[in-house]
Design a protein around this ligand. Structure first.
Ligand code: GDP
Ligand code: MG
Length: 162
């Protein structure tokens, strides 16, 4: 089976930017995958010879009223559908309450999660990612989705984990 990877995180962390980078122009190819709904955006991508499906989510409400409010239904469904979740945070904005709520939700699931700190362009990797180790999700993978920095290494780590 082709692996499915969900992009999850609060609004504005760069999920759609990463989705577009991963899928390039090929997102239409999976429009009719059975069982997939239109609430989430699906795209096809590849790393080396391996194809995978990426799910972009509209993100979370940004509302800080607890986990149910913070996790939009579509994000939860995307997590259920996925073999692996990329949980994006924004190293320019730093660690937020929404990030902590999403992390708490993800830690309660058995789904493999990789924590991705986006927007490290112009920043020192270790300094920019340090704050996010507090989320308790293991290694923090620094990337700049808009520029591509760290993305190949991220995919290498994803396929090592799958
Ligand atoms: P989403 O709401 O999580 O889908 O976030 P978007 O992909 O729409 O990006 C939100 C904003 O962050 C946009 O203005 C992007 O241009 C910006 N952004 C995304 N990736 C990067 C990055 O790697 N570096 C910087 N500096 N900005 C980024
Ligand atoms: Mg988006």
């Amino acid at each position: 089976m082709i692996p499915v990877i969900a992009l999850v995180g609060r609004p504005n962390v760069g999920k759609s930017t990463l989705f577009n980078r991963l899928t390039k122009t090929r997102d239409a190819l999976v429009a009719n995958f059975s069982g997939l709904t239109r609430d989430r955006k699906y795209g096809e991508a590849s790393y080396q010879e391996q194809r995978f499906i990426v799910i972009d989510t509209g993100g979370l409400s940004g509302d800080e009223e607890g986990i149910d409010a913070a996790m939009a239904d579509q994000s939860r469904l995307a997590i259920e559908e996925a073999d692996l979740v990329l949980f994006l945070v924004d190293c320019r904005a730093g660690l937020t309450a929404s990030d902590e709520q999403i992390a708490s939700f993800l830690r309660q699931r058995s789904k493999p999660v990789m924590l991705v700190a986006n927007k490290i362009d112009g920043l020192n990797h270790d300094v920019a990612t340090a704050a996010f180790y507090e989320l308790g999700l293991g290694e923090v993978h620094g990337i700049a989705a808009a520029h591509g920095r760290g993305v190949t290494q991220l995919l290498s780590d994803v396929f090592d984990t799958l």
